[in-house]
Design a protein around this ligand. Sequence first.
Ligand code: UDP
Length: 312
Amino acid sequence: MNIKNDSRLETLIKASDLTINLAAICTPADYNTRPLDTIFSNFIDAIPVIKYCTENNKRLIHFSTCEVYGKTIGSFLPEEFRKDPKYYMLKEDVSPCIFGPVEKQRWSYACAKQMTDRLIYAEHAENGLKFTIVRPYNWIGPRMDFIPGVDGPCDGVPRVLACFSNNLLRGEPLKLVDGGRSQRTFLYIKDAIEAVLLMIDNPERANGQIFNVGNPDNEVSVKELAELMIQVYAKVAGVPSSSLSTLDVSSEEFYGKGYDDSDRRIPDMTIITRQLGWKPKTPLDKLLDDTLQYQHQTYSSAIKKVLSKPSN
Ligand code: UDP
């Protein structure tokens, strides 16, 4: 069901031991083009979920985002300071949340998510809500996102792995927004699911905690990600890697006005390791290999059909 305006919400929360709120718009292409839906789905629509959990004394696992940290302190400092982890490592109980100005609507998502985190925390502090907040760091893998024109709108812009998969399947250049300088750490979805299962199964270790869930060892720039995906996909699809390329595009051209970007996201893993003993397992090369094999098997014939249709 859609949690927005559905009268069954409270009855369902009352009947359950645990509510996991995954409802969100969490695709960057929407943040500056559908800012109202972004703010409502990530903040306003979550308010009744939190309220019913508190009132009925039910446990809540809420999905927040690593984007609440915004830009790193290092991004504002001269190059020589940026190598020091204290200027880029993102820690749940220490790091500030640094967003750009209001007209950069990219940050409406982070701001809405942060407000929800604060509301949950306040319900906990004042009314004893049993909560766990999850901050995913670029979870990727099979069956995440959509491929435009196949299982999503033709003009839709999914997250980077699906954008690049779509480009590779179509034999188009991979588009590097502002040169692909931003850095990300990628976590395999199967590792992430293990972390969430540990939270579900260990309420006494997970309640009252905010967890970064990511893989600090899988850091690449977006440009490096594109180059890696080209190498892996060439092997998977049996095509020469020289037939695949990248293309620099400006962020305004790609996402429109009001886009901005997080420069770097390295999760500090202290809290999740201490509380749940969880560590990510899958290195980036294996993750890309599994995911691109899945994308090729699942989508290549559908894409061929789309490409063979005459365009109007
Ligand atoms: N990006 C890109 N080309 C694309 C899609 C995304 O260069 O076709 C960049 C985007 O500008 C950002 C990074 O890839 O720097 C990750 O974007 P994503 O949409 O996956 O989510 P984010 O990590 O920003 O929330």
